[in-house]
Design a protein around this ligand. Structure first.
Ligand SMILES: [Zn+2]
Length: 362
């Protein structure tokens, strides 16, 4: 993406992909979850207009007010081949401007980089899809197989009024498609001095854990040792600090085997942590706020269960007195890839183990 040499004229030297990504960032499509969203309508209309200008016949769907998705089919040269779905999402997770050094919805170019919410998830790829499609169709070419290009609403909160709704209500849009390509899937990494490209083959499954604490109800001015909220806070803190055991699914075992192959080592002789370290490190300052940041293997999350008590759904912090009963729902991600869940998980010897947090304080 070519940065502008003069920020006063940000359009003049931007390529098309950057312009589209910037335009999409400027639509604030924040999805707050739980049905609260700014909506994707204007972004969807922008994409619809772009696809129409390429000579396609996109369809815009709005199953709920302002919650809009766009789908278009690009005819391929060989209709006997199965279609390929290439899709992105138009919504973004919220951004608090107080935590940003730039306006998250201004699409600002600074230091040769495009800044804004969605610049990496995933208005960037939405723009790449549109620009690549424009490149192919604009030069008179046609893809080998049918392409179904889709830009979904509501990906960040379950897809109920996005991909899920379209699959349930308009399966004909995806008729004949056998594969789909979208975001993530793996970043390129350097292993042993060689460039390696990761392919995602599974997802962690999600497990909501409902914590319920009981205590003695009393007026807030009293000293009450039996406080449900204190118990709940301790349970959440324990869950957040728990170091879960390393587990290798078929997917992660294969990943580590390939890393070992690139490194020229025997995967039976090298620990998974060492192999994971070969993929690079990332800073991790989240474990103890006062402790110096630690570095961890960047692929470690692929081999471990993770728990993220960051999204309490029904907890309350404003109770005037120690509550008798307070629920909270942190979420955990199990290391088992969904497609590998039927396989047995093998605990790795030598991995650090601590007692897991209780799933309930009931
Ligand atoms: Zn995304």
């Amino acid at each position: 993406m070519a940065p502008p040499s003069n920020p006063a004229h940000p359009n003049t030297e931007l390529d098309e992909t950057a312009i589209i990504a910037r335009d999409l960032i400027r639509f604030d499509t924040s999805n707050y979850g739980g049905g609260r969203s700014n909506g994707e309508l204007e972004a969807a209309e922008y994409v619809e207009a772009h696809l129409t200008a390429l000579g396609l016949a996109p369809q815009l769907f709005e199953p709920a007010p302002r919650r809009a998705s766009v789908v278009a089919r690009v005819p391929g040269r060989n209709s006997a081949k199965p279609a390929l779905v290439v899709h992105g999402h138009l919504d973004v997770v919220p951004a608090d401007p107080r935590n940003w050094s730039v306006d998250p919805f201004a699409g600002e170019i600074r230091d040769g980089m495009l800044w804004g919410r969605g610049a990496v998830d995933m208005k960037n790829m939405d723009a790449m899809i549109l620009a690549a499609l424009g490149d192919i169709l604009g030069s008179g070419r046609q893809p080998e197989r049918d392409l179904v290009v889709a830009f979904f609403a509501d990906e960040e909160s379950g897809g109920g009024v996005g991909a899920g709704w379209l699959v349930d209500n308009h399966p004909e849009l995806f008729a004949g498609a056998t594969e789909a390509i979208s975001e993530v899937g793996g970043y390129s990494i350097t292993v042993g001095g060689r460039r390696a490209y990761l392919l995602q083959t599974g997802e962690k499954s999600l497990l909501w854990v409902r914590l319920v604490a009981r205590g003695t109800a009393a007026h807030g001015s009293r000293l009450v040792g039996d406080n449900a909220i204190t118990k709940l806070a301790e349970a959440v803190a324990t869950l957040g600090r728990t170091e879960w055991p390393l587990r290798l699914t078929g997917t992660t075992r294969e990943l580590l085997g390939k890393i070992a192959e690139v490194l020229g080592v025997d995967p039976e002789q090298v620990s998974p942590d060492e192999l994971a370290l070969a993929t690079g490190r990332r800073r991790d300052s989240s474990r103890r706020p006062c402790a110096p940041p630690r570095t961890r293997p960047s692929s470690r999350p692929a081999t471990s269960t993770t728990s993220s008590p960051i999204t309490p759904r029904r907890s309350s912090t404003s109770a005037p007195s120690p509550a008798k009963r307070r629920p909270c729902s942190p979420r955990c991600r199990r290391s088992s890839a969904t497609r590998s869940r039927s396989r047995s998980c093998i605990a790795t010897s030598g991995s650090r183990r601590r007692r897991p947090a209780p799933s309930s304080t009931r």
